[in-house]
Design a protein around this ligand. Sequence first.
Ligand code: PMP
Length: 318
Amino acid sequence: MTEPLVASLERRAQSDHWVYHDGELRRYGDTHVGLLTHALHYGTGCFEGIRAYWSAQQGRLNVFRMPDHFERMRGNARMLHMELPHPVDELCALTVEILRRNAFTSDVYVRPLVYKANEEIGIRFHDLRDGFMIVTVPFGAYVDTTAGIRCQVSSWRRIEDNVAPARSKSTGIYVNSALAKTEACLNGFDEAIVLTHDGNVSEGSAENIFLLRRGCLITPPVTENIVEGITRSTLITLARDELGIEVVEREIGRSELYVADEVILCGTGAEVSPVIEIDNRAVGDRTPGRVTRQLQELYFGVCRGQDARYASWLTPVV
Ligand code: PMP
């Protein structure tokens, strides 16, 4: 069957991209993993998601909080009996080299993955070889950050830390996220909000959550089976230091979602996304709220290299 020209051109472009795989810089199209790869069958991997923002003004990409992402990945890998093949500074330098070679002039998503690479049957983590890759892809908005999104409280509960380490970004755990996201989308919503087994608010399918109530930002603590988000920590800093807003980390009951003045989902992919409706109830006046817009402006200013105060969060690709 002949495929559309555009699709084949895009695929050729992707196959030409530089990636890092098992110690070598190669073209995407020249690297392969085998059918029996352990992680593909058993979810025995863990990944990161990092964004690099194109600055037209500076004529370069800037990678956002890259050392923090690789530090988190190092800890997550340890939980799963894996080890990153290089120290954090070398991983950052490698990523810069890949991005430099790929010469993208738009925003990019960087996907490092460490995984059990043996091609064999048998469930375990120990006595298996670690594979490692870094792949980069041009990437725009993951969800609509302007008009706001409509969410549904999921019927799926967030994975419990004693079932599998919830904060670990291990690939297998994302079955939980995918079920919640798909349920929400098939029901006509944009995103899912997932509760813990105890019924408290945990997070989105791939985002942390903030509520604004009576001028105070509230977010679940790291013990609520969340991923310890880097965007979450960024927004906590920006809210406290730039807007002078109090941020409280505490348990959030489901019905607090329905009386919040503003709700934000945030993550590397989702960035700062205003939630305008939850379970068919308006959040505020069904438009992005004032604090949400202020945080968005600050966040994008920092990411795009327009805020010198936070330049240390950016790694330039030069
Ligand atoms: N929760 C989950 C389940 C996620 O996958 C992500 C995205 N990594 C986040 C929260 C947000 O984390 P970060 O801000 O570090 O991207």
